[in-house]
Ligand binder design. Structure first.
Ligand code: ADP
Ligand code: F6P
Length: 319
């Protein structure tokens, strides 16, 4: 193998830059040439490709976002788009491809693997919904960002004796909500994986206030309900002064945490070693802290659900 390519796809995640840096530096260390494909599969189809010498990844380990840009590409969902992507790569002389992204990006990577490009995925999404591994790049940072915001909201919630509903990201998964809710000391955490009744949320709030609580925080995953509607319901059914904050894309930005930089560096380097060893159609992963690889088919079957024990703990600690 002489030449590999790297791209970032889907929603960006803090730590992607550290991962791209690890890919480029590991590949060059092993004597490979590396090209970067900008804007994910969209850039692949457009031929938006640049050489990646050592210095191209200098001073990015600490930056959020992705220096390669990212995109969602409808054309790549079609067989024709995938075939064109394959042809672009072979025309460039690329024999191996490293894809940073989430589930959708891995499905695209699987297609390129099936067409004959040696392809490795690196799990990168703040949603942390890619299973069969310890963690996804970006989750740790996103949770810290959410907690920083919750701590600040708690200050003003206390001063005004208010109830706050804080909606966090996660698409259809509740990982960010559960971790941020537990670490942020929320009164209730609503996640899509656990059915809930708003009457119960209200009853718990009222019990807390009856015991003397001055403020309350409810963390809701975007996949579990609309923060504004939940806030309206609570205000109507309790009369408590209630405000709603949607954290939104702030959770996707910012300098990656140390844990995300370490994970991205390890997985990026491992992805290069895998592709050089002829592995393809796999995700680079850590399991119990050890580097490994998992076939995409197994990744697609694996479902990562928030821990029920942690959910119960968050409930108990907020009585
Ligand atoms: P993520 O990787 O964060 O889950 P998306 O689901 O938006 O993000 O997927 C990113 C891109 O991956 C899509 O815009 C599309 O180009 C490609 N992709 C997604 N699903 C498939 C699929 N089933 N087959 C081929 N490509 C796909
Ligand atoms: O997958 C990452 C994520 O940030 C989700 O948590 C969120 O639902 C979605 O992407 C937002 O996507 P967009 O950037 O297209 O608004």
């Amino acid at each position: 193998m002489r030449k590999i390519a790297v791209l970032t796809s889907g929603g960006d995640a803090p730590g992607m830059n550290a991962g791209v840096r690890a890919v480029v530096r590991t590949a060059i260390y092993h004597g490979l040439e590396v090209v970067g494909i900008r804007r994910g599969y969209a850039g692949l189809l457009d031929g938006d490709v640049k050489p990646m010498p050592l210095e191209s990844v200098g001073d990015i380990i600490q930056r959020g976002g992705t220096c390669l840009y990212t995109a969602r590409c409808l054309e790549f969902l079609t067989e024709d788009g995938q075939r064109r992507g394959y042809e672009r790569l072979t025309d460039l002389g690329v024999e191996g491809l490293i894809v940073f992204g989430g589930d959708g990006s891995f499905r695209g990577a699987q297609k390129l693997h099936q067409l004959g490009i040696k392809t490795i995925g690196v799990p990168s999404t703040i949603d942390n919904d890619i299973g069969a591994c310890d963690a996804n790049i970006g989750f740790d940072t996103a949770v810290q960002t959410a907690i920083d915001a919750i701590d600040k909201i708690r200050d003003t919630a206390t001063s005004h004796e208010r109830t706050y509903v804080i909606e966090v990201m996660g698409r259809s998964a509740g990982h960010i909500a559960l971790a941020a809710g537990l670490a942020g000391g929320a009164e209730s955490v609503l996640v899509p994986e656990v059915p809930y009744k708003l009457e119960d949320v209200v009853a718990k709030l009222q019990r807390g206030v009856a015991r003397g609580k001055k403020h309350s925080i409810i963390v809701v995953a975007e996949g579990a309900g609309n923060g504004a509607e939940i806030g309206r319901y609570i205000e109507q059914h309790t009369g408590f002064d209630t405000r709603v904050t949607v954290l939104g894309h702030v959770q996707r930005g910012g300098a990656p945490s140390a844990a995300d930089r370490v994970l991205a560096s390890r997985l990026g380097a491992h992805a290069v070693e895998l592709v050089m060893a002829g592995v393809s159609g796999h995700m680079a992963a850590t399991k119990n802290g050890e580097l490994t690889s998992v076939p995409f088919d197994e990744v697609f079957r694996a479902e990562r659900k928030p821990s029920h024990a942690v959910y119960q703990l968050a409930d108990i600690l907020s009585i």
